[in-house]
Design a protein around this ligand. Structure first.
Ligand SMILES: C[S@@+](CC[C@H](N)C(=O)[O-])C[C@H]1O[C@@H](n2cnc3c(N)ncnc32)[C@H](O)[C@@H]1O
Length: 246
């Protein structure tokens, strides 16, 4: 089953993940609704569980360390191709990091993880989505979830043009827009795919220097209304978070 929508994001949801949100401080404030929604997905998946959690492309590990602090009964493993400094990690008993390829999980057992998370990750793996999907299905338990947070959606020519200009200015590499068709085929062997889309008019709010999430929650509600009236606009959102259930 495949579902896609602009999710409702409330102040209560923001309060529930206030601490986790501080770890997303290096992303634009206009993306607050997406992170609030996504971090609520993570807390729902981990609440009252003793879970095994894997983060792929964990970078400096801020999100994983914050999750490990909030859920001390669960254990957390981060994998990134770069051996980055994470001095805080030594003080947190239930978190570990290792250097490696996000799509080559040979050393990890089958059906072991309850949750795989990736943040700003899937678009780095766009040349190998089939391999990634098979590998994540292998290491996930039945009913386990794979959640990719803050990914670029490429259907809007306007957003794609702005991104192309920004990419050429920053000389970034390996950053591909993703499309609904790719999300569907990644999820073919999962039982459910749920896509939360964000930033329709909200994308252009990146230039506004407001940092209050309340303003962006109202913009998200406007995006929701627009898509309610004109459903074809959904895929023109600039970003998404996707949750696959095995
Ligand atoms: C945009 S950063 C995101 C980091 C972190 N998830 C965050 O949200 O701050 C992308 C990360 O993916 C890692 N990466 C890219 N391709 C990878 C691969 N094939 N295997 C492991 N890590 C990879 C990079 O080293 C980088 O740390």
């Amino acid at each position: 089953m495949f579902f896609a929508s602009i999710p409702t994001v409330t102040k209560e949801m923001a309060e529930n993940v206030e601490e986790l949100l501080t770890t997303a401080g290096h992303y634009p404030a206009s993306d607050a609704p997406l992170f609030i929604y996504s971090y609520n997905l993570l807390t729902e998946a981990l609440e009252n569980k003793e879970a095994h959690v894997l983060e792929v492309c964990s970078g400096y590990g801020q999100l994983l360390m914050a999750l490990a602090r909030r859920f001390p009964k669960s254990d957390f493993l981060g994998i990134d191709q770069n051996d980055l400094p994470r001095p805080e990690a030594a003080k947190i008993a239930n978190v570990k990091f290792q250097c490696g390829d996000a799509i080559d999980l040979k050393g990890l057992p089958d059906s072991y993880f309850d949750l795989i998370v990736g943040q700003a990750t899937l678009h780095h793996l766009s040349n190998n989505l089939g391999v990634a999907s098979r590998e994540y299905l292998r290491v996930l338990k039945p009913g386990g979830k794979c959640i990719f947070i803050y990914e670029p959606l490429g259907h809007s020519w306007l957003v794609a043009a702005v991104r192309a200009i920004r990419t050429s200015l920053h000389e970034m590499v390996d950053e591909s827009n993703l499309f609904m068709s790719a999300l569907k085929s990644f999820g073919e062997d999962f039982s459910e795919t749920q896509v939360g889309c964000f930033n329709l008019i909200g994308y252009f709010a990146k230039v506004i220097k407001i940092r209050r999430p309340g303003f962006f929650l109202r913009l998200n509600a406007c995006d929701q209304c627009l898509v309610g009236w004109f459903p074809f606009l959904l895929k023109h959102c600039a970003n998404f978070t996707v949750c696959y259930t095995k």
